[in-house]
Design a protein around this ligand. Sequence first.
Ligand SMILES: Cc1cc2nc3c(=O)[nH]c(=O)nc-3n(C[C@H](O)[C@H](O)[C@H](O)COP(=O)(O)OP(=O)(O)OC[C@H]3O[C@@H](n4cnc5c(N)ncnc54)[C@H](O)[C@@H]3O)c2cc1C
Length: 431
Amino acid sequence: MSTHHHNSLAGKHIAVVGGGLAGLAAAKVLADGGASLEVIESSDRLGGRVASDVIDGFTVDHGFQVYLSAYPEGERLLHLRDLDLQPFMPGALVWNGARAATVAHPLREPLAALVGALRGVIPVRDALRMIPFALAAAHGPAGGPGTPSGRTVLEELEAAGVSRRTIDGFFRPFLGGVFLDRSLNTDSSRMRFLLRMFAEGFACVPAKGMRAIPEQLAASIPQGRILLNSRVVAVEGTHLKLASGETREADAVILATGAHQLARILPAFSDLARLHEIPWCSTLSAWFATPDPSVLPRWLVLNGSGQGAFNHGAAMSAIAPGYAPSGRGLFVANSAYLPHGIDTCRDLAEDMRRTLGEILGRRATDGWQLVSLQRIRHAIPRQWPRDLGTHLPASLGPHVFIAGDHLEDSSINGALRSGRLAAAACLRSFA
Ligand SMILES: Cc1cc2nc3c(=O)[nH]c(=O)nc-3n(C[C@H](O)[C@H](O)[C@H](O)COP(=O)(O)OP(=O)(O)OC[C@H]3O[C@@H](n4cnc5c(N)ncnc54)[C@H](O)[C@@H]3O)c2cc1C
């Protein structure tokens, strides 16, 4: 692979601005292609929005995130086996305000899905009606969401005949948790891709935390080619200015800073000013240490009651035991919005714990202690049909390329794909 571009690439230097998944995917493709490159990252670590901390022996990701084993970009760019992916049970434990029942994946386990239905979470009629919907989902787009449909998730579910009760009781917390947007106004192309991914694989986390994903990508970047704590403040052509006052001249640049930072460093492109205005979806994640790991479920937990701040959560230690020290458990509870003020956040965390006490039983939630409370305002760019209407160019000149989840869909797969495509275009520009 590396010889292919070699001659034309000789002496060329490529700067990748931003070391999130998009920038790291681009850097990996460039390095594999034999290019000389450098990753310039403003913070003190790589990974961007995908990160994990170890706190008192607990692995705490930055927000609740999962990797879907069927993501096509992972097949191309990651050694999945080395990530030691730990799968969730396919389905969810759904709370309707009175009782909790497991809703298994309707395709994988149709009988269990019906049992869930019979236990009163969704009407039997609805469960039956969803079989063709689930079958169609299994044949949805596998490569990515493709072009926006212009229709919302809600419109599409209603058109498929899914009842209001099932929409509110299941799809609102499930897709609201994935898109961090309970309005269900997200473009339905995102849902179709996602359901295909859920039909084909599993939601997983790497055994050692989500940060294993950026760490693996970073390992393919040659030594000494990562510049941390270095903010790019302006880009003119392929000329970069850093906050330190230093400048950098490259033969090509890939800008992978995330949508709201991009507009700041490219003042010359007034078109990009609207990037500042992209609304973001936000979340509050409360990580609880629990004294008895044996009572925690291996399912994603969804709140379909419409009551309280808790939307979705999971017992991380029941999925990936390495997330907690032995003998302890770790549960992450999430809202699909963010209140103002840290005091309100603490109240919300307590409110989420109370709801979980009702869902899982008081015994399961006794003695929980807050390990970490994360307010994540810029989680994912909103993806309503009107947000996706105007397309950003993927390049701003012959040697200036853009990458980031805002160019594809707001997901790990979208970020990786945007980086891979930007790097390929960059390599082609020298061919
Ligand atoms: C709470 C939460 C939950 C999520 N859940 C999921 C999920 O379950 N599944 C899924 O697939 N996806 C999920 N996502 C989405 C996924 O994490 C993102 O789409 C993806 O990580 C975006 O990567 P990126 O490289 O495009 O952007 P970022 O990760 O934002 O990377 C941008 C990088 O550029 C750096 N930077 C910014 N400005 C400058 C500058 N001027 N100079 C130098 N460097 C700069 C930043 O520090 C950062 O490191 C979730 C995201 C969040 C936050």
